[in-house]
Design a protein around this ligand. Structure first.
Ligand code: GDP
Ligand code: MG
Length: 182
């Protein structure tokens, strides 16, 4: 039997308050969704084993840090970025300001972990965007992906469970590649 190798990676999910960070993590880890908004205080932490059927030799567990997005929590965030192996930059497709703030998030993260760590860009709430509330175009998301040198751009819905696991899986594969494991 082939030897299995286990890895734990720390992933930080960042972006403005209300874009759906907690909802994405909840959907991915517990496959549930809550309509009422419960503001994250400081940070939440969840773990999940990534399904990688094409790489049965690896067991990869993600430690997902979902950080409070509000400005007044900015003083608590830097220590949580320390040791992150990957980042999910998240904005809300129906709120342009959350897209405009992506650069600021990147700077805040890179001050602590430096540049060049694997990352993906996520535009969340496709369900709302597709019912006429879209404020950010798919091409703008793709352009941000190039600008950030990100692995991929995903348009997701935590509510309808669209593209959530692919986003986490894509980042995991990028981390495995970046560390020479695949
Ligand atoms: P956070 O502040 O980034 O952690 O955002 P939350 O996960 O708390 O979500 C903020 C609000 O947006 C909540 O009311 C969620 O129910 C809602 N929400 C999150 N993701 C989606 C989504 O994909 N579609 C829709 N329609 N609502 C969402
Ligand atoms: Mg939250």
């Amino acid at each position: 039997m082939a030897e299995t190798k286990s890895f734990i990676y720390k992933i930080c999910v960042v972006g403005d308050g209300g874009v759906g960070k907690t909802s994405m993590v909840l959907r991915y880890c517990e496959d549930t969704f809550k309509d009422n908004y419960i503001m994250t205080i400081g940070s939440n932490f969840s773990t999940k084993t990534v399904e990688l059927p094409e790489h049965p030799q690896f067991i990869v567990k993600l430690q997902l840090w979902d950080l409070a997005g509000q400005k007044h929590f900015s003083f608590v965030r830097p220590p949580f970025y320390r040791g992150a192996t990957g980042i999910i930059y998240t904005f809300d497709l129906t709120r342009r300001s959350s897209f405009a703030n992506m650069q600021g998030w990147k700077e805040e993260v890179e001050k602590v972990i430096g540049s060049g760590k694997p990352c993906v860009i996520v535009g969340n709430k496709t369900d709302l965007a597709n019912s006429g509330n879209r404020e950010v175009g798919e091409q703008e998301g793709e352009a941000l992906k190039s600008e950030f040198n990100a692995e991929a751009y995903f348009e997701t819905s935590a509510k309808e469970n669209l593209q959530i696991s692919p986003a986490f899986k894509n980042l995991t594969l990028a981390i495995l590649r970046a560390s020479g494991k695949i």
